[in-house]
Design a protein around this ligand. Structure first.
Ligand code: NAD
Length: 478
């Protein structure tokens, strides 16, 4: 669906996120014909350079991160022509008049804050002082949105001083993933699932986001954050909300977000013995987490597993098990809705435990499948096997589009359209922190030491036990 003509200003337009995700994503939208002629992308960052220099930088970013589309040289040249650059100082006056002079009337104005959150207030204020933002303008803000309830509130207040909630797009790229949206289509577009979507039929739900990478160059940031703040408070909570929420009356921004908010508010405090925190150990020459973050006394978790209860009628008795970690065995993200066993098997000799499992894979191979039990083909008698029923049109995504980038470009187009459904509302973020804060404060007060786990494993042994104690097991991380 085409969008209106726009000017998109990317503050931090020379940064890592802009080069890896935002700009290659916009290039793909341009090739797809979704960026109307005349639309412009204006990089704004601290580095001094001119339009030509910026185009050169973006062209290199596309060559490095652009996927198969980068081969389209004519398309790239046209795309680069739509780029401008302004050197700007977020905390001073440099460059702001130049940016003001560049802006046009009659097009959508969007401002992507791809900079450290400490600069959000400066940007918001100057966008107003220099008359650059109008009442129809939108701002996009990146994670981390606060590190606790107090800082998230302060950030919300800072933005609210200059923009109303309808103009603020808090991005969580997990919500932009094709499969996450497909989850809602499957759940709310079929008669099959909704009647079973409750604790009478669902035994439990598992949400796993496993990474094979370590902290990379983000050691200093990550040591102050940890898996709970970096992944659970935002991404895993958002996924949990989409699974657990009541059906909204329509698929509209506030209707969906109202339902998600109710889920967050229904989350019970998690008891400390239902939380397992882990830290990856050294492995031969491969350094430990503590070495990676250059803090030999770090108590920060690079892995967390927890059992969470949603206390409402639908989910009483159906636990949600969440886990996420770095340096794990595989790079795999999935949500698994594990249905209950049949109470009785009519098939003689069939002692296996057959379960329907709806698995929503975010990576690798984005897709949804449903495990069903069928007869093993052939003359061997009535033997049952479990097979996955693939519910994904594999080619819907096109060539191996890098899923995260795919999410970014989709979300940016939603910003231009003015559709906030897949963005977090301020009260949602605050509610998520209000639930998270006591858990973090609890282990910090106890000086809880994370359990060591082997790199390339499925996390600490205790995380297995968290499930085993309940007679359940984690699905394999491939
Ligand atoms: P980066 O350090 O690579 O880039 C920072 C950008 O901000 C640069 O363009 C720099 O010129 C600009 N900048 C810094 N100070 C400035 C100032 N005073 N005035 C004007 N411009 C200034 O950072 P990044 O990795 O691109 O991250 C940007 C934001 O996105 C951060 O909030 C980060 O937490 C968030 N984020 C990044 C990623 C990622 O994959 N890199 C993922 C999720 C969220």
């Amino acid at each position: 669906i085409p969008v209106d003509e726009f000017d998109l200003v990317i503050f931090g337009g020379t940064g890592d996120l802009a080069r890896r995700k935002i700009l290659p994503g916009l290039f793909r939208r341009y090739l797809a014909g979704q960026m109307p002629r005349g639309s412009r992308i204006i990089g704004a960052a601290r580095t001094e350079m001119d339009d030509a220099g910026y185009r050169e930088m973006v062209s290199e970013a596309v060559a490095e991160f652009g996927g198969p589309e980068k081969a389209d040289a004519t398309g790239l040249a046209d795309f680069l022509a739509a780029l401008r650059y302004v050197a700007i100082d977020a905390t001073g006056d440099g460059g702001w008049s130049d940016l003001a002079a560049l802006m046009r009337d009659g097009v959508v104005r969007a401002f992507y804050f791809s900079v450290a959150p400490s600069l959000f207030g400066d940007l918001a204020e100057r966008l107003h002082t220099y008359g650059i933002a109008d009442r129809n303008s939108r701002i996009v803000v990146e994670k981390p949105f606060g590190r606790d309830l107090a800082s998230a509130k302060a950030l919300n207040d800072t933005l609210a001083a200059h923009f109303n909630e309808g103009q603020i797009y808090r991005i969580d790229h997990y919500l932009g993933k094709e499969t996450v949206q497909n989850l809602m289509a499957v759940r709310f577009g079929n008669v099959l699932f909704e009647p079973l979507w409750n604790s009478h039929y669902v035994d439990h739900i598992q949400i796993t986001v496993a990474e094979t990478v370590g902290v990379g160059g983000r050691g200093a940031y990550y040591d102050k954050s940890g898996a709970m703040r970096d992944m659970v408070q935002n991404h895993l909570m958002q996924l949990l909300c989409l699974i657990a929420m009541e059906p909204p009356s329509v698929f509209g921004a506030d209707e969906v977000r109202d339902e998600k908010l109710k889920v967050i508010r229904a989350l019970q405090p998690v008891e400390s013995h239902h939380i397992v925190r882990g830290q990856y150990d050294a492995n031969g020459d491969t350094p430990s987490f503590r070495a990676d973050v250059e803090n030999p006394r770090s108590f920060t978790e690079s892995f967390i597993a927890m059992k969470v209860n949603v206390s409402n009628w639908r989910w009483a008795d159906t636990p949600f098990y969440l886990r996420t970690g770095k340096k794990m065995k595989g790079r795999a993200s999935e949500i698994a809705v594990v249905f209950k066993d049949l109470g009785h098997s009519i098939f003689e000799g069939d002692t296996a435990r057959h379960r329907n499992i709806l698995a929503i894979r975010l990576q690798p191979n984005e897709g949804i499948d449903l495990q069903v039990t069928i007869k093993e083909p052939g003359p061997g008698g009535m033997r049952l096997i479990d097979v996955p029923l693939d519910m994904t049109f594999a080619d819907a995504l096109g060539d191996d589009a890098e899923p995260a980038t795919d999410a970014y470009e989709r979300l940016i187009m939603d910003v231009i359209r003015g559709n906030q459904t897949l963005f977090m509302r301020g009260d949602e973020v605050e509610a998520a922190w209000a639930w998270t804060d006591p858990l973090i404060n609890g282990w910090e007060a106890r000086n809880d030491v994370p359990k060591l786990y082997d790199q390339g494993s499925a996390g600490p042994e205790d995380a297995m036990m968290l499930m085993h104690r309940d007679g359940r097991r984690w699905r394999d991380v491939k």
